[in-house]
Design a protein around this ligand. Structure first.
Ligand SMILES: NC(=O)c1ccc[n+]([C@@H]2O[C@H](COP(=O)([O-])OP(=O)(O)OC[C@H]3O[C@@H](n4cnc5c(N)ncnc54)[C@H](OP(=O)(O)O)[C@@H]3O)[C@@H](O)[C@H]2O)c1
Length: 330
């Protein structure tokens, strides 16, 4: 008989959703999979949308919330390559992370970087897969170029600031209060813009001598779609990973023509394991060494017991956090 495990179940999906601890069967790893005994699980804003019934997991992924975990390998399936029971790992998942055990494809598996705690390692996969592929593959960020990262104090933003600053880019970022702006500067941002008090287009233009920025990573959308075009330099690339302020906008496309801009958008979760493996290899080769030498650190806001997932969601929904919110196994 399959052993049970504790996992978080979404009760009453919708605006008043509740996250409750429940018993689920412990999954068995199939070919190319491992079973991870969870030490830490990362929250992502998409988990809130999923709990509200607005963001179903991709086909084949578990219904349980959770797109990243860290822990130790408890069991390996057939063809699991070099991985063995007891290895300390973290992984990007299609789902299933809010649980004592989670299945991961070996294509999305990484060792816990040296110097990073077993629980804290859960803060790394989703942000660095996303930031790396969107800045480097999609926006083709080149050495010496400037960037604007919206939502600098988010999980994604704190990772993007550190990666870009460490690689020598001038980094502009937006955040919603003075404390968040100060955190962004301490992570390496050249200039943090309190978007409630300052116009980011004016600041970017003033600080770049009117040129604008080469690459913009945006999770806001809405009226930022037009404003990003104003803040972009000639041949600028704007990549959206979310549209929190709206997917629709009345846009004047003239700056696209006049400045030869590219408007891009991607999602990570629905991509094939083969695509994710290519990103994993780049993250392992390019980002992991920066973490192991201490140039980049996981930015962890708070760690909650798995059973308190609802409280963690409330903190994220209220946008009170700076960096990543995590769950831990006990
Ligand atoms: N496409 C993909 O593959 C992909 C992958 C991962 C994440 N994402 C998306 O990326 C976003 C960040 O994810 P996360 O998990 O890191 O979430 P998070 O920590 O909750 O961050 C959301 C951020 O949005 C910021 N924000 C909201 N309105 C803003 C505005 N008008 N101007 C500037 N910033 C604003 C918030 O900043 P304040 O609190 O200061 O307002 C907050 O820092 C989410 O929307 C998520 O769905 C997409």
């Amino acid at each position: 008989m399959t052993a049970p495990m504790k996992a978080i179940r979404v009760e009453s999906p919708g605006a008043g959703y509740r996250l409750v601890l429940a018993d689920l069967p412990r999954p068995k790893p199939g070919p190319g999979e491992v079973l991870i005994k969870m030490a830490g699980a990362g929250l992502n804003r998409a988990d809130i949308a999923q709990s509200m019934g607005m963001y179903p997991p991709p086909p084949g992924a578990p219904d349980t919330l959770g797109m990243e975990v860290s822990g130790t390998i408890a069991e390996v399936g057939p063809n699991a390559g070099v991985w063995k029971v007891g290895d300390a790992v973290c992984a990007l998942l299609g789902g299933g992370g809010y649980a004592e055990y989670a299945l991961a494809s070996i294509d999305c598996l990484l060792p816990v970087p040296k110097g990073v705690g077993q629980v804290e390692a859960a803060a790394l996969p989703e942000v660095y897969f996303t930031v790396w592929t969107n800045l480097m593959d999609t926006a083709r960020l080149k050495p010496g170029e400037s960037v604007l990262i919206h939502g600098g104090s988010s999980g994604i933003g704190t990772a993007a600031i550190q990666l870009c600053a460490t690689r020598g880019h001038t980094v502009f970022t937006t955040a919603g209060n003075a404390e968040k702006c100060a955190a962004c500067v301490s992570l390496g941002a050249t200039r943090a813009i309190n978007y409630r008090e300052e116009d980011f287009v004016d600041v970017v233009k003033a600080e770049t001598g009117g040129k604008g920025v080469d690459v913009i990573l945006d999770m806001v959308g809405g009226d930022y779609i037009q404003k990003n075009m104003s803040a972009a330099a000639i041949w600028g690339r704007i990549v959206n990973i979310a549209y929190q302020q709206g997917m629709q906008a009345n846009v004047n496309f003239a700056p696209m023509l006049m400045k030869r801009l590219s408007l891009l958008a991607t999602t990570l979760r629905a991509r094939s394991n083969a695509e994710k493996r290519v990103i994993r290899d780049e993250v392992l080769a390019q980002v992991w060494p920066l973490i192991e030498t201490g140039s980049i650190k996981p930015v962890v806001d708070r760690i909650y017991p798995l059973a308190d997932a609802q409280a963690a969601h409330q903190r994220m929904a209220a946008s009170e956090h700076i960096g990543k919110l995590l769950l831990k196994a006990d």
